[in-house]
Design a protein around this ligand. Structure first.
Ligand SMILES: Cc1cc2nc3c(=O)[nH]c(=O)nc-3n(C[C@H](O)[C@H](O)[C@H](O)COP(=O)(O)O)c2cc1C
Length: 237
């Protein structure tokens, strides 16, 4: 797609995802340059994306998932450490990056509560190549989150983030006020992808970095600040 800005898509690779085949077909048709997979790393899918020159990066929260993803042939890994939004890991970012770097020297992104440019520089000093940021963009103007969800992120601090498996069957971080407003199901196994999509809509997720999100801003302003802070951090070394 000549002239297009760099872009990527997130693909939930799970048997219960009814859209997987249709989404993959679209990805191939548009030759999406970066495909981020989560939940399952499947060698066949990786080969399809690499076949048109695309890259596959896979979300991992522990060493076993990282090893399995590399066996499936992914190009890069995203270490989702403790404090991240969504299905966060429970490992310290220091330990997670260090463990992965013992057997993988390829592209590695680090995520989990990153909101500042100097933290991006810190992620690189720890051994990651890239920083990966989610929650901090929930309150961007471009985000499709509802105004109420953006307000809740802006009003929250790290003490308002609760890690629980009660919503989707797998540990994830949620905003306490939205958890308290919801009726939680009894403890259950993992949900199907369509059940899970409903759960994320009613109970809102965010990571420990919410305290640094204080206003709704255009994504461009957030990125410009991150870049300035990153460059200042490099110069102060
Ligand atoms: C509301 C929300 C929804 C998310 N949905 C997904 C998802 O569908 N697939 C996925 O791989 N990661 C998902 N994530 C996790 C992010 O991709 C990323 O790993 C995480 O947000 C990084 O940590 P941070 O939020 O602290 O910056 C989600 C995160 C949030 C906050």
């Amino acid at each position: 797609m000549p002239g297009a800005a760099p872009f990527g898509v997130n693909l939930i690779v799970h048997k219960s995802n009814p859209r997987l085949d249709a989404d993959l077909e679209l990805i191939v048709r548009h030759q999406v340059p970066l495909v981020i997979t989560s939940l399952g790393a499947i060698a066949d899918l990786v080969q399809v994306v690499q076949g048109y020159g695309g890259l596959v990066f896979h979300d991992v929260t522990n060493v076993r998932h990282a090893e399995k993803a590399l066996e499936a042939g992914v190009d890069g890994l995203i270490a989702v450490a403790a404090g991240a939004g969504g299905h966060a890991g429970t490992m310290s970012p220091f330990a997670l990056v260090d463990e992965i770097r013992r057997f993988f020297q390829g592209p590695l992104a680090l995520s989990g509560a990153i909101t500042r440019g100097h933290q991006i520089a810190a992620a690189q000093m720890m051994g990651a190549d890239l920083a990966y940021i989610g929650s901090h963009f929930i309150a961007s103007e471009e985000s499709l989150a509802s105004p109420a969800q953006k307000d809740m992120v802006i009003g929250a601090g790290p003490a308002d983030i609760v890690y629980t498996d009660r919503v989707t069957g797998v540990g994830a971080n949620f905003l306490r006020p939205s958890l308290e407003a919801a009726t939680l199901p009894e403890p259950h196994g993992a949900l199907s992808v369509s059940e899970e999509a409903k759960a994320w809509k009613t109970i809102w997720s965010a990571g420990h970095g919410v305290g640094a999100t204080t206003a709704v801003q255009p994504a461009r302003s957030i990125c410009e600040r991150l870049i300035a802070e990153y460059q200042a951090a490099l110069q102060s070394e």
